[in-house]
Write a protein that binds this ligand. Sequence first.
Ligand SMILES: [Zn+2]
Length: 338
Amino acid sequence: MNYQLESVSCGLCGSSEHHIVLRRAKELYNGLDAHFDVVKCVTCGFVFTNPRPTAESLGCFYPDSARYYQPNKKRILDETGFKPGWRGRLRQSLLANYFGYELPAFPRLCDALVWRLLRSKLYTSHLPRWVPGGRLLDVGCAWGGYLWRMQQLGWEVHGVELNARAAAFAQQELGLTSVRAGSINNLDYPEDFFDVVHLSMVLEHVPDPLKTLSKLGRLLKDNGQLILSVPDIEGIEARLFRERSYTLQVPQHLSHFSPATIRACLESAGFVVERIVHQRTKSDFIKSAGYLDHSWLKRLLLCVPVRRLCLGPLVSLLAMMGRTSRMSVYAVKRTAMR
Ligand SMILES: [Zn+2]
């Protein structure tokens, strides 16, 4: 493999003082022969990959075969529209009562308990609050699953995707004609144009997250919603598996956020954080276990009864405690930002 590296200072505070927290972590996602250090800023605690591939070399680590570019039509069909019967009606009611959608609803008292039980699931599916006639932009929209679902809910949807094959799938197979193939650096939408901007597992891949967030802030209207997800480097999976953690994913992940550093990053870019909700991510543990050579932990986590009976409740508990390795963040653009 032929790629160039660059050393960088902290992307959050600019300090050049850091110490190594993970040494020579291997590229495991595509199984490439490359190793990277992960460092922590002494001043602000931000964790990042350093040295890292230069902007010109990053493409080497994103082959077309990467899993996030593979469309999953079954998932689209499972998660779109409303299921018939009481489950569909209940979901409609929750969207109406708690997210403002113009859908038939039960009186709030009737679904208050269900809301308490299901709200983290709704937040981690990245539902925006309804805005009549609202425009939504998905940055790094992959093959367009989220955009398709949001279009079903009534949003005018737009998307940008770096991988041309994934963007073509969204345009041709899902009919999302407003999806563009291109880089996050070439977003030529008007300012104050969108009501919602969404990034699912994207911000950790961009070389300058602060600059990207500031740019997205300009595309948003005042009080516009920013909904994103990033891995949490302080989650149990990341701590337990360290350089073998599935969510570490070096060198594609250039930044490794924690709840504190994603909050600081958003605040410096002019956003107010409304909530951080941790996702129930059983598969992160299973995939991390798959990266281990041979150990009791691998045998335990790959054992089907353990996965079925224990891992699900464990992950639900960890998510409630904010200790899984993926977080969904809801923020709004501060009105006096410019
Ligand atoms: Zn720093």
